[in-house]
Design a protein around this ligand. Structure first.
Ligand code: CP
Length: 308
């Protein structure tokens, strides 16, 4: 059974069966990553361009590795050092890359909606690797995979997204997919960082961690995006940490183990204390590993329309 769409642009409106298909397929590829030889042949002969117009460590390397693990040929493109600096448009850049017989394009862009635009102007499959503050669908899916791996289910889990919801594409993709899959979702952060009307997406809103921490199974802690001017939304990092920083003392109030997630990169001792980030309930590095398997599943399903 193929995915309903030939692109992965976002998780808003993605059918439950498609989320389930990606997560199930990722289980097979996660097993491949534990083998001595971590490479399988299904995308032999396919060429995938990774177009990054914004910085990335995890997502770019994870896609590159997923493509190599599937035996695809990968083509790297970073806006810095390219002819974008000479004024070449996104459409011309992408069409020129596609002319080299590229089958799929993975794109991160600072502009919300850029991958949707790209999908209209090229024939290759397009995967959104993060568009502005809009969506980060592969991060959302790897987060769900990690929750399912840790808790054995998604339906009925209470997941609280903490911090800068306003600027967070990760929050939006998590909310769409988690509500589709039947999780209970809440957000917690300063009023200035919670978008007005977010409750219409089916989430509960909290402004004090202590009001919600004893009810949650998972805290998905978001980065304060200082590069998007997030520092203007609260008085100081010290005050942010006092109100929303996840510390051991705060977690003890939960009275039960709470799974700690973070998409990275972490501002250590701001969003999370170092001992919590590296502690026994943190699955942050499992998220990174699972990201490779989930991206292998997405590439595979889009390229072949089949299950392995
Ligand atoms: N989680 C995430 O998107 O990290 P990068 O910005 O390093 O890709």
């Amino acid at each position: 059974m193929p995915l309903k769409s030939r692109h992965l642009l976002g998780l808003q409106g993605m059918p439950r069966e498609d989320v389930e298909l990606i997560l199930e397929t990722a289980v097979s590829f996660r097993e491949v990553l534990d083998r001595p030889i971590k490479k399988v042949p299904p995308l032999q002969g396919k060429t995938i361009a990774n177009m990054f117009f914004e910085n990335s460590t995890r997502t770019r390397l994870s896609f590159e590795l997923a493509e190599r693990r599937l035996s695809a040929d990968e083509l790297g493109f970073q806006a810095g050092g390219s002819s974008v600096s000479k004024g070449e448009s996104l459409k011309d850049t992408a069409r020129n890359i596609e002319a080299m017989k590229v089958d799929m394009v993975v794109m991160r862009h600072w502009a919300a909606g850029a991958p949707h635009y790209l999908a209209d102007v090229i024939d290759a499959n397009v995967i959104n690797a993060g568009d502005g503050a809009h969506e980060h669908p592969t991060q959302g899916l790897l987060d769900l995979f990690t929750m399912q791996e840790k808790h054995g289910r998604i339906a009925g889990l209470h997941v609280c997204l903490v911090g800068d919801i306003l600027h967070s594409r990760v929050a939006r993709s998590n909310i769409y997919a988690l509500t589709t899959m039947g999780a209970e979702v809440s957000v917690c952060g300063p009023a200035t960082m919670i978008p007005r009307g977010i409750d219409r997406l089916g989430v509960s809103v909290f402004h004090h961690l202590d009001d919600v921490i004893d009810r949650v199974d998972v805290l998905n802690v978001l980065r304060i995006q200082l590069e998007r001017d997030a520092g203007r939304f609260f008085p100081s990092l010290r005050e942010y940490r006092q109100s929303y920083g996840i510390t051991r003392a705060r977690l003890e109030k939960a009275g039960k183990p709470v799974t700690i997630m973070h998409p990275g990169p972490i501002n250590r001792d701001v969003e999370l204390s170092a001992d919590v980030a590296d502690g026994e309930h943190s699955v942050i590095l499992q998220q990174v590993l699972n990201g490779v398997a989930v991206r292998m599943a997405i590439l595979y399903l889009l390229a072949t329309g089949n299950q392995p």
